[in-house]
Write a protein that binds this ligand. Structure first.
Ligand code: PHE
Length: 355
């Protein structure tokens, strides 16, 4: 016998110790237990031995074979455990790891202003209403005392929905992009019980030549109060209080007679310009927000026209109401000191992020 069983065991043990990978382990298994296994050589030599010796060697070699098998299995389990451990370590998720922070974005100045206005009016007892941006001619004009032939229609340069759709519809049912939030007055009066005290913030559309104060879509906030004994004084107090708390206590309001077909009497309300502090000038030049007048026209208002009340099923002899509609963009420009409300629609992060 060239190799004794104990030599074989020692060799195996030292090889096993140095083993690192599963491939090496497979090779070792092949070497000791495979087709050409080393034990085979030993067993081949036993034919010359005595019966007793044959028996002993047979038993010992079987024991050795068992031993090798067991050791290989143990080692295989060890290698696998080490591999899994390493993998776990390399894949660990470090929840405390620092990453370059990503900006979350923030509210647009018009949204900020809308929310401020909502807070102010809610504190005065108003409720927030909503209405569709695609309106019918009936609600946007007819029910507001602006019939088809009325010259006031020209004031609201209207975007009509395409002829393909509108030519199939009856007058009054024709669609347009609402030119103001006033149709929601009508929708609410038709639907709700009195008293009504609502504000309606929303987007409106006009076919405008754009400049510092005009954009073809902008935001309005409509107000409507209807009930018994509502007066023009209530309107003045409400708007003056709201503007003072929105801008600053020194803000002055100015009511100028005006005409709106759906209010009578009507007034346009200006506030003292905060860009130029009511002086009309910035560095010797005319302030572009107020065109050098020191006043900014912020809203239209008036007592709800008796026709409008009547058409909505409300007795104008018994009830009265006031309404107003303000441009949120202009208020945002005033509040944040931005000289052109058009800037709000230019997606300039540098501007928006300042507020
Ligand atoms: N809807 C009018 C406009 O867009 C504003 C307004 C609202 C006037 C309510 C009077 C009453 O110009």
């Amino acid at each position: 016998m060239s190799l004794s069983l104990s030599d074989l065991k020692n060799n195996f043990n030292s090889k096993l110790q140095n083993l690192q990978t599963e491939t090496q382990l497979k090779d070792l298994q092949e070497e000791y237990l495979g087709k050409k296994w080393l034990l085979k050589g030993i067993l081949a030599g036993i034919k010359d031995l005595s019966n007793q010796e044959k028996k002993t060697i047979g038993v010992e070699s079987n024991t050795l074979k068992e031993y090798i098998l067991q050791e290989l299995q143990k080692k295989s389990a060890e290698i696998q455990a080490t591999r899994i451990q390493k993998q776990i370590e390399s894949e660990t998720l470090d929840v405390t790891a620092q990453f370059p922070s990503r900006s979350l974005g923030h509210k647009h100045p018009i949204s900020i202003t809308t929310e401020l206005l909502e807070d102010i009016f809610i504190s005065l007892g108003f409720r927030v209403e909503d209405g569709p941006q695609i309106e019918t001619e009936k609600f946007n004009f007819d029910m507001l005392n602006i019939p088809d032939n009325h010259p006031a229609r020209d004031v609201w340069d209207t975007f009509w929905i395409s002829d393909d759709i509108n030519s199939q519809r009856k007058p009054g049912d024709k669609y347009l992009l609402r030119t103001h939030t006033s149709p929601v007055q009508v929708r609410t009066m038709l639907r709700e019980e009195l008293p009504i005290k609502i504000i309606v913030p929303g987007r409106v559309f006009r076919y405008e030549q754009e400049d510092a104060r005009h954009t073809c879509n902008f935001y309005q906030l409509e107000g409507l109060v209807v009930g018994e004994g509502v007066t023009f004084w209530d309107l003045k107090w409400t708007l003056d209080t709201a503007m003072k708390s929105l801008l600053w206590d020194q803000t002055k309001t100015r009511f100028r007679p005006s005409i709106f077909p759906f209010t009578e009497p009507s007034a346009e309300v200006d506030v003292s310009c905060q860009i130029c502090n009511g002086t009309g000038k910035i560095a010797e030049k005319n302030c572009s927000m107020c065109s050098g007048t020191g006043w900014v026209e912020l809203l239209g208002s008036g007592m709800v026209h008796p026709f409008v009340l009547e058409w909505c099923g409300i007795d104008p002899e018994k009830y009265s109401g006031f309404a107003f509609g303000m441009g949120i963009d202009r208020i945002a420009a005033q509040r944040f000191g931005v000289s052109s409300s058009r800037a709000f629609y230019q997606s300039k992060l540098k501007l928006n992020e300042q507020f």
